[in-house]
Design a protein around this ligand. Structure first.
Ligand code: SUG
Length: 433
């Protein structure tokens, strides 16, 4: 039996805005206060999912988190009617107000860390929800994410986020890579953390080594298949707030920037050796030097954040790149070089302007879940991509989502109620029939 890699994306919610809340996230900071377009954001996400589904890759979908999170605002001492809560929070704590409206749950690469059943001693597909404690707007995602993943994958083991606290800060699969193949064989797990020496100068690393070790322990991953690499502080300082901004992997291919990791040479050699032992072939490792593509350019183009998928038809994978790669001659020439080497059968460019402006590329928008066809058959049918579901969602988004939004607009109770209605209509589509 083979392993397929289901892609789990979340529909962008109707309160999508540019709050500038992303820690160490250059695009998020630069877009702060700009006018957003929630309708376009949601449609752009659906367009990407269609691309994935069109080549026979299993695409699963989750509804947007309910926003605003009134319970969160009330727990912070904002009382009164909903309208009063909104006004008080907006006037006195605009960043917390923005957090309560955030649609950051769209970046499902941060939802959880995943191991396939064949990888771990439990023999169960296992997902550890990330606690996302580095930022408040993301930390409030976790309870809903846990419930959504359990509904979507009822037979999987879905574990709640680790207790909060900086020592165990976790950002999920964005800092984790699984090497393997389409065969149902144990994968190699690479956890990437940012804390400890040497430290970055500008930005706070969002993932701790202790958290990575804890997840590996909870998943019962064999030590010989588990590796830890440290993010290079220069990458964090250049705006690579997650490893998936400067490195990626798919099956037996690993691509990274020269400054993705620090002091990892021996570990990388051990990973390649282990891959050879397990799979009887060489791991293909592509290192892009800083001279070829500077860290700044890697962060601006999000080349490494392309989404790599294996279509149902045999052959090399397809790489789905953000449109920004097409706009950067250097990034594009590197991509074309990969095509010439036969690493990919073809590339696609996707327009994800709304997500990219908040620092989220194609790979940020999906959680990879390696599973057998049999496990996939247990996924909730209402979460499976279909032409009908896609059409229905597009209709609701076009009819009910705003196409212009600033944070200030969200202090208006009428607009918020409209967004709540739109959200409710989408939730209904995801209720089991
Ligand atoms: O956590 N942006 C997200 C982007 C996450 C990207 N994910 C991966 N690299 N896998 C973040 O920084 C922006 C919110 C705002 O601008 O208000 C934000 O949260």
């Amino acid at each position: 039996m083979n392993l397929v890699e289901a892609q789990v994306d979340r529909i962008v919610g109707p309160t999508h805005h540019f709050g500038g809340l992303g820690v160490g996230n250059v695009a998020s900071k630069e877009s702060e206060g700009q006018v957003s377009n929630p309708a376009a954001a949601a449609i752009q996400g659906l367009d990407k999912m269609r691309e994935v589904a069109s080549v026979g890759v299993p695409q699963l979908m989750l509804p947007p988190h309910r926003r605003p999170d009134f319970r969160f605002l009330r727990s912070l001492g904002f009382g009164g009617s909903d309208a009063v809560v909104l006004k008080r929070a907006f006037d006195t704590a605009p960043r917390l107000f923005a957090a309560s409206m955030s649609c950051s749950g769209m970046w499902t690469a941060n939802a959880a860390t995943v191991s396939a059943a064949v990888d771990n001693a439990n023999g169960m597909l296992t997902l550890s929800v990330a606690n996302l404690v580095s930022s408040v707007h993301r930390a409030i995602e976790t309870a809903l994410t846990l419930a959504d993943l359990r509904r979507c994958l009822p037979r999987a083991r879905v574990i709640p986020g680790l207790p909060g606290g900086a020592a165990l800060r976790d950002e999920g699969a964005a800092n984790h890579m699984r090497l393997g193949s389409a065969e149902n064989k144990p994968g190699i797990h690479i956890f990437v953390y940012g804390d400890g020496e040497p430290k970055p100068n500008r930005y706070w690393p969002r993932q701790s080594l202790e958290c990575c070790q804890t997840i590996a322990r909870i998943h019962h991953l064999p030590a010989e298949n588990t590796f830890f690499l440290k993010q290079h502080p220069a990458a964090i300082d250049a705006g690579a707030f997650h490893n998936d901004v400067v490195a990626t992997s798919h099956h037996g291919l690993m691509i990274c920037h020269e400054y993705a990791f620090t002091g990892g040479e021996a570990t990388l050699a051990s990973i390649a050796k282990r891959y050879r032992q397990l799979y009887g072939r060489e791991l293909i490792t592509v290192v892009v030097s800083d001279r070829q593509l500077s860290l700044q350019r890697a962060v601006a183009s999000y080349l490494f954040n392309s989404q790599i998928i294996s279509p149902a038809a045999p052959g090399p994978p397809v790489i789905i790149c953000p449109k920004q790669v097409d706009d950067d001659q250097v990034a594009k020439s590197i991509l074309l070089g990969w095509l010439d080497q036969g690493l990919f059968r073809r590339y696609e460019f996707v327009q994800l302007r709304q997500s990219m402006s908040a620092g989220g590329g194609p790979a940020c928008l999906r959680l990879r879940v390696p599973m057998t066809e049999q496990e996939l058959s247990h996924a909730a049918p209402q979460c499976r991509w279909s032409e009908r579901l896609d059409e229905k969602l597009r209709g609701l988004i076009e009819q009910h989502y705003p196409d212009r939004l600033t944070l200030k607009d969200l202090a208006d109770i009428d607009l918020v109620q409209q967004a709540q209605r739109a959200n409710e209509l989408i939730q209904r589509v995801f209720r089991p029939s």
